[in-house]
Design a protein around this ligand. Structure first.
Ligand code: PLP
Ligand code: COI
Length: 359
């Protein structure tokens, strides 16, 4: 791909960054091969130092644990260019910790948290030309992942693993960007009670593939999963947590032990309570409350989704439309969105420890 030269006022000519010549504003959420990726291997009970490589292929045995028994987990975070031209990531320590937790649940050897963050920084730095310019509407998505790499045929954890980090420039997760979407209550479950819904295991996403293809065929953007035990409580969607706003402006976020502890959601709850002075309820949310018209606004939140507004929820022949409508995000979610992205893009002061500068 060709390069174009972008000068940042704050940097001298020697620090000139050659950005890739991409139409950043038209990017969707897809994979584009970038220059460098990080690879570390675990063997004989220890991780090696890891390297950055140009090689985007993976060579493993046909019997690898990941291929036979899906022993793999991953993370997702983003690098942003701030208003003043710095490259930053948002709370990578929480992604590192969550991947640590995912590894323990899947009997995989966690990659040490400090080194995990260093590896993310190194990988982003090596792909600086791929970090979308400020204001372009795009970001650099960072995908750390790990898998069992040696041969396993009896059902047991692998002895050898590979930890990799790839990065790829992305635009909005849902087509149409900030336009409200329609989701449907799924007949399939995403997670089992006491299963793996709370970790970022590849298997959770494999489970959701049929449901998402089916939802798209039927004209819906995403699936809303209810709790697998009773199918009465709101859990989350295939790739994001759920946000709801009551008539009095209170932010309501579903609490459940089988949803992914979204870093975006946890950050929004903090922002709502401590920066915007809003009331927040983190609790079990019955789907009946949606039927009863208790909520003014609804949205999905996550690294990929940021905050994507939901205009309607379809449930077995009935449609529940939120008063915020199908044209734009409601005012409360918009305020949360502006504050979150303002912090991520350096326009607003971040709470202590939220921003990791890559220099
Ligand atoms: N829920 C699921 C199932 C996800 O895949 C994601 C994406 O990571 C999220 C929620 C949002 O989590 P985060 O805000 O940490 O990206
Ligand atoms: C993310 O938001 O990082 C995710 O992993 C969601 C995924 C469905 C793209």
């Amino acid at each position: 791909m060709e390069s174009s030269t972008v000068f940042f006022e704050e940097k001298g000519e020697a620090d000139m960054v050659e950005k890739k010549n991409i139409d950043w504003s038209s990017l969707g959420f897809g994979y584009i091969k970038t220059d460098k990726r990080f690879v570390a291997n675990y063997k004989d009970g220890a991780w090696d130092e890891g390297v950055l490589t140009d090689d985007d292929t993976v060579r493993i045995t046909e019997c690898a644990g990941v291929l036979q028994y899906a022993q793999t987990c991953f993370e997702g975070l983003k690098a942003y260019t701030t208003e003043d031209g710095r490259i930053v990531t948002f709370r990578p320590d929480l992604n590192a910790q969550r991947m640590h937790d995912s590894c323990l649940r899947l009997e995989m050897p966690p990659y040490p948290v400090d080194k995990w963050i260093d590896a993310v920084v190194e990988t982003v730095r090596a792909n600086e030309a791929w970090v979308a310019p400020y204001g372009s509407g795009a970001t650099l998505y960072i995908r750390p992942y790990m898998f069992g790499s040696n041969a396993v045929i009896g059902v047991k954890p692998a002895d050898e693993y590979q930890f990799r980090i790839l990065v790829t420039p992305v635009g909005p997760y849902f087509k149409g960007g900030a336009k409200p979407i329609t989701i449907r209550v799924s007949d399939f479950d995403r997670a089992a009670p006491h299963g793996t819904g709370h970790i970022k295991a590849g298997l959770n996403y494999a489970m959701s593939l049929h449901a998402i293809v089916d939802a798209h065929k039927a004209g819906f953007d995403e699936n809303l999963y209810l709790d697998p035990g009773t199918r009465t409580r709101i859990e989350e969607t295939g790739g994001a947590n759920v946000l709801l706003v009551k008539k009095d402006g209170t932010l309501v976020v579903p609490k459940s032990s089988s949803i992914l502890p979204s870093i975006t959601r946890r950050s929004l709850v903090y922002i709502a309570e401590n920066i915007l002075g809003m009331k927040v309820e983190e609790r079990e949310v019955l789907f009946q409350e949606v039927r009863d018209g208790e909520f003014e606004e609804c949205g999905l939140c996550g690294t990929a989704a940021v905050i994507s507004p939901v205009g309607k929820i379809y449930d077995h022949g009935k449609e529940y439309a939120f008063p915020s409508g199908m044209e734009k995000m409601g005012p409360v979610l918009q305020k949360l969105y502006d504050t979150l992205t303002g912090i991520q893009m350096g326009r607003l002061e971040a709470p202590e420890g939220w921003i990791k500068v890559i220099d």
